[in-house]
Design a protein around this ligand. Structure first.
Ligand code: IMP
Length: 488
């Protein structure tokens, strides 16, 4: 396809998490980034935690798109995101300290809403009931929709702070003051809030060279041939409308939202890429149909949040291999959490663990038109071989209300070492055991989409790739319609 000016027109793909977050989206973005000119965010803020392993160690990014280590990639933060300015500046400093300077590569829309001190305060006061990350995200999006509070502006965009620092500082302090009224330490806290506002304004100023007021920035680039990959934050099951209220995030996480908060018209959309993980996890409260240990696990998580119990306490008290052999799914879930490191990258909280829920994935694939899927943590399924399941259990239907479990199918287990060795011997995929290929095919038929990559370890070169989204127009599009029919 060519543009009006005869140059090849670019395209955009959208990558989203298909479950409850933490599917390893950043690792896949890192893998795919060489095929794109821009990687862009369109929703959420510092509630995200994207872990990337680098030659200089592990980096956890919250707001910067994950393609930081690809020099040729521009990074863009779209107007649909909410910004924690101080954290963003710190993130850039952290990246500089590992040799990545984004000054010329990062662009930030000046229409992003700014997370204000009052938003943190309200989130910490009311968010615990949902299990929010406490980053002020919900109250910030709420103010964006409300626009004013008692007749004065409640939503402040980055451009407001840059145009009128003194005026916006006053507005932010005026919003927070009534919330502190009556508190015994109100005076001290107000001083701290003043300091916070000053730090925000300083950060805004430091970010100014990267801020763009050009709303057609991406659209012009793509019209001229650029290839954009949108990186969804949070995940489909946490969407404010499609997820289970109130246990959701406050923004839209769906692929279509890329063309609202990402500042690009939908005419360039090509593929929707989904990322799932084979051992499912959820942080925060709310329904989780395939949770190992069901309501008992949810209660354990709630208690861990209340008491601050995390990885260290669990590791000190339990032997994961002993738990893995237990007939109780609650113990199996705890063992998998310990063996596969399922603790929040941002919050450190233990994550609730569940079976790969193929019915749930199938629904998400259908509802959002997911073209291809990457399945991370497939190697971790090998642990089930030492559990009472004796194979890989997958969930095919939800449990009836009040019942634990659901309809489960146990598939043959594969040897993780064998699989990892095959992938380490790239470029061939010949050594991947037949049991794993059979598993992949079974999943494809159940969910109705091709699985084009299997994650077999945290490093990006531990991904068995069967195709790239780029090749979908060729041979794989046949496989795509084939598996859709098979799964229908
Ligand atoms: P909030 O987004 O901080 O308001 O939190 C709302 C819910 O979304 C909580 O259950 C959080 O734990 C969850 N959540 C928010 N961001 C992420 C993420 O990046 N990964 C996983 N869960 C998240």
């Amino acid at each position: 396809m060519t543009s009006d000016r005869g140059r090849p027109r670019g395209h955009s793909d959208v990558l989203v998490g298909l479950q409850y977050g933490d599917e390893g989206k950043a690792k896949i973005i890192d893998l795919l980034a060489p095929d794109y000119d821009v990687v862009a965010r369109f929703n959420g803020g510092a509630n995200a935690g994207h872990t990337i392993d680098t030659p200089s160690g592990r980096v956890v990014l919250q707001q910067v798109p994950s393609a930081v280590f690809h020099q040729g990639c521009e990074l863009y933060i779209g107007s649909g995101c909410v910004l924690n300015l101080v954290k963003l500046r710190d993130e850039l400093a952290l990246l500089r300290s590992v040799g990545v300077d984004l000054a010329d590569r990062l662009r930030i829309s000046d229409r992003c809403a700014v997370v204000q001190p009052v938003h943190f305060l309200l989130d910490r006061r009311t968010g615990a009931a949902i299990g929010t990350t406490g980053n002020g995200i919900g109250p910030c999006y709420a103010d964006r929709a409300a626009r004013t509070r008692d007749g004065v502006r409640a939503n402040l965009q980055l451009r407001d702070l840059l145009a009128d620092p003194a005026g916006t500082a006053e507005l932010m302090l005026a919003a927070v003051e009534p919330e502190l009224e009556g508190e015994p330490d109100a005076g001290e806290r107000l001083v701290a809030e003043r300091e916070r506002v000053a730090a925000m304004l300083e950060s805004a100023e430091a970010l100014r060279p990267m801020v763009t007021a050009d709303r057609t920035h991406l659209a012009r680039k793509v019209a001229d041939g650029a290839r954009v990959l949108f990186e969804g934050a949070q995940s489909l099951l946490l969407d404010v409308v499609q997820g289970d209220q109130p246990y959701v995030t406050s923004s839209h996480t769906l692929p279509g939202q890329a063309y609202v908060g990402g500042d690009l018209p939908p005419r360039y959309h090509r593929h929707t890429i989904g990322v799932a993980k084979a051992v499912v996890s959820r942080v925060g409260h709310g329904p989780f149909p395939s949770e190992l240990g069901g309501e008992r696990s949810a209660a354990y998580f709630a208690e861990a949040c209340r008491t601050g119990r995390g990885r260290a306490e669990e590791q000190a008290e339990h032997d994961p291999l002993e738990l893995l052999g237990s007939p109780d799914p609650l113990d199996v879930g705890a063992a998998l959490r310990m063996l596969t490191g399922e603790y929040g990258s941002g919050t450190g909280r233990p994550r609730r663990i569940g079976l790969l829920d193929l019915e749930q994935l199938r629904e998400q694939v259908t509802l959002h038109g997911v073209d291809v899927v990457y399945l991370n943590k497939t190697d971790c399924l090998a642990h089930y071989g030492d559990s009472h399941y004796g194979g890989v259990p997958v969930q095919l239907a939800a449990a009836a209300p009040g019942e634990e479990g659901g309809r489960i199918q146990v598939l043959p287990v594969f040897d993780a070492e064998q699989v990892r060795a095959a992938v380490a011997a790239l470029p061939g995929l010949d050594g991947i055991p037949a049991s794993m290929l059979a598993f992949k095919e079974y999943v494809e038929q159940r969910i109705g989409a091709p699985v084009i990559g299997l994650g077999l370890g945290p490093e990006r070169d531990r991904t068995a790739e069967f195709a790239r989204p780029d090749t979908l127009t060729g041979a794989l599009s046949g496989a795509l319609s084939g598996s859709r029919q098979a799964g229908a």
